[in-house]
Ligand binder design. Structure first.
Ligand code: 1GP
Length: 244
C-alpha cells in the first residue's frame, strides 16, 4: 500500500493521523536522533521534512539519518525545488492555491516534475491553502502571497472545492509554521463538509486542546512542527490524544 492509499484507508476506518514536521535547519543531528527515537515508540504515522526557507543543503544525509532509525514513511514538505531528495518515500507536490503567485501555483512544479520523474518518490498532489494566523509567517512572506482571511470560511470552501475538482488528492489547510493562531475550527468543519479528499491541518498546534479541536472539527491528519521542536515532551501529549 502506498502513502496515499494508507492515508485514505485509515481515514475510512475513522482513525486520525499525525505527522511530525522536522525542519533540518532547526534540529542538529543529536536532537534529530533523540526525536526520531521518541517518534519510533509512538503512534505517529508520518514524518515530514522541509521548510519554507531552508539553508541546509544536507537533505539527503538528514533524511538518510531519519530512515536509518525509523520505519514510518518520510515525506518531503518542500519550500523549493532544492528540497527534493530521493532518500524520502514521498513528496507533497504542493500548489499554493490560496495565493495568486504563478511561481507557487505552477512554476516550481514545472521545474520539479522532470526531476521527480527520475526519483522513486511517491508524488502526492496537494492543494495547499495558507490561512491568516495572526502574524505574517515565513511561508506567506517567502511565497509572496496573501493568506486566506480567517473569517472567510466560504472562500476556503470554494478554494478547497476547486482543488478537489482540479484533481488534487489531498487538501492542506495551514496557518504556517509557528502560527500564532491555529486554523479556525469553523473553517475546518466548513471545508470538511464539502470535500471527500483527506484534509490535513497544520500551523500553531501547540496544545492538547488545539489538537483535539482540529480532529473533532474534521482534520484527518494533523501536522505538528514547532511545538515538538521546542519541547519534545509535547509528543507525550500528542500520544495521549491519539490513544484517546
Ligand atoms: C507548518 O503545518 C506546519 O507548515 C506545522 O506548523 O510548526 O506551527 O506546528 P507548526
Amino acid at each position: 500500500m502506498n502513502i496515499l492509499e494508507k492515508i485514505i484507508s485509515v481515514k475510512k476506518e475513522g482513525k486520525k493521523q499525525i505527522a511530525v514536521l522536522i525542519d533540518p535547519d532547526k534540529l542538529n543531528a543529536t536532537e534529530l536522533t533523540n526525536l526520531v527515537s521518541k517518534v519510533k515508540n509512538s503512534p505517529i504515522n508520518y514524518i515530514l521534512v522541509g521548510g519554507s526557507l531552508l539553508s541546509s543543503d544536507q537533505m539527503d544525509e538528514y533524511i538518510g539519518l531519519i530512515k536509518q532509525n525509523i520505519n514510518i514513511p518520510v515525506i518531503i514538505f518542500p519550500g523549493s525545488v532544492h528540497q527534493i531528495s530521493n532518500k524520502a518515500d514521498g513528496i507533497l507536490f504542493l500548489s499554493l492555491i490560496s495565493g495568486r503567485n504563478p511561481e507557487f501555483l505552477i512554476g516550481s512544479q514545472v521545474v520539479a516534475a522532470p526531476l521527480l520523474k527520475r526519483t522513486k518518490l511517491e508524488v502526492l498532489s496537494t492543494g495547499y491553502i495558507l490561512v491568516d494566523s495572526g502574524v505574517q509567517t515565513t511561508a506567506s512572506y517567502i511565497s509572496n502571497t496573501t493568506p486566506l482571511p480567517r473569517d472567510k470560511a466560504d472562500i476556503a470552501v470554494a478554494t478547497a472545492l476547486a482543488s478537489e475538482m482540479i484533481g488534487h488528492k489531498l487538501l492542506y489547510l495551514d496557518g504556517g509554521s509557528g502560527a500564532k493562531l491555529e486554523v479556525p475550527s469553523e473553517m475546518i468543519s466548513a471545508v470538511k463538509k464539502h470535500i471527500d479528499i483527506p484534509l490535513i491541518i497544520g500551523g500553531g498546534i501547540n496544545t492538547k486542546e488545539k489538537l483535539e479541536t482540529a480532529f473533532n472539527f474534521g482534520a484527518d491528519l494533523v501536522v505538528i512542527g514547532t511545538a515538538i521542536e521546542k519541547n519534545q515532551d509535547f509528543l507525550d501529549d500528542v500520544v495521549k490524544v491519539v490513544n484517546s
